[in-house]
Design a protein around this ligand. Structure first.
Ligand code: SF4
Length: 316
């Protein structure tokens, strides 16, 4: 089983996405309180070949040589368990993927390293960049995204403005709102201004849909998000629930059924499911998202752990 390639998995923003994980678990410049993967032990900003290119190359070659349905996916997504631009092998990976596949390449990033010209240069050949920007004020940046020492929110915004100038592909900016943190009128106004300066092709609003690293990460209502949409330029959209796609629907359905069958026996954490079913954590999370959206499961806290249960268990 490949360890750096995962999926294809359903993605709320990208349809059916084949993920490529470029960094070891939670290697990130941030430690967002809503992070679905849990806490970042120590945020870093040093770039390195965290996953060696040679290992990635073996898996990529193997995957595309052996996978006849590889062209049916909507996006190859550079993402995974942390910040992919931290890996200096990024441009070589993009070049290799282009040799094997015509599928569009997306980069899911927290955008923190685009203030560096070399990082902007390295991503010019992808089709779509999905950066996130949740706050403008540094005080809230420290509360919500808990960055590596010295990183300022202004740097990220300036980096994204420069990226927009230099990158001819699409940019979809995500803003995630946490109740009681970045949902004040002042911060919203600052975000609207920042987004207008960045000029992304799309602005996508989001909120916490499943338990994050800390219980302080609280969801905002759909009504709140809806009334913000027209205030952004271009008008924002709420990230829509995933629509299943034909060809790989069977694979997703099968994983969903296995997870539901496991949860029927007992409530599980993400790690329980990952270990029991031999899946990648990211894959488990994506399917759980799908089940949460469809109200087939619920979460419950016990101590510092988040458990997932099928809805029936809650009604009994
Ligand atoms: S940037 Fe992404 S991976 Fe990093 S801590 Fe935030 S949510 Fe998690």
């Amino acid at each position: 089983m490949p360890s750096y390639i995962f999926g294809p998995v359903p993605s709320r923003r990208l349809g059916l996405s084949l993920g490529i994980d470029l960094v070891p678990f939670k290697t990130c410049t941030l430690d967002c309180i809503y992070c679905e993967l849990g806490k970042t032990a120590t945020p870093v900003n040093l770039r390195a070949e965290y996953v060696p290119f040679a290992e990635l190359e073996i898996e990529i070659r193997e995957f595309f040589n052996n996978n006849p349905t590889a062209e049916e996916i909507d996006f190859i997504t550079l993402s995974g368990s942390g910040e992919p631009t931290l890996n200096t092998a990024l441009p070589r990976v993009i070049k290799l993927l282009r040799q094997f596949s015509k599928t569009p390449i997306a980069l899911l990033t927290n955008g923190t390293l685009f203030s560096r010209p070399e990082v902007r240069r390295e991503v010019l050949d992808v089709d779509l960049i999905l950066p996130s920007l949740d706050v403008v004020s540094d005080k809230l940046f420290a509360t919500l995204n808990r960055p590596v020492d010295g990183l300022k929110s202004r740097e990220i915004i300036d980096g994204l403005v420069a990226l927009r100038r230099e990158f001819s592909g699409k940019i979809w900016l995500e803003i995630l709102f946490c109740a009681g943190i970045n949902d004040t009128p002042e911060e919203i106004e600052r975000l609207i201004q920042a987004a207008a300066t960045i000029q992304p092709d799309r602005i996508q609003l989001n909120t916490v849909v499943r338990p994050g690293a800390l219980p302080e990460a609280k969801t905002v209502t759909e009504t709140f998000l809806k009334q913000l949409l027209p205030r952004f330029n271009p008008a924002a959209e709420i990230i829509a629930p995933f629509n299943n796609h034909g060809a790989n629907r069977a694979v997703i359905e099968k994983t969903k059924e296995t997870i539901l069958a496991t949860l029927k026996r007992r409530p599980c954490t993400v790690n329980d499911l990952k270990n029991a079913l031999g899946l990648k954590k990211v894959e488990v999370i994506k399917i759980l998202d799908l089940l949460l959206e469809k109200d087939e499961i619920k979460t419950q806290e016990h101590g510092d752990k988040h458990y997932f249960q099928i809805l029936d268990d809650f009604n009994n």
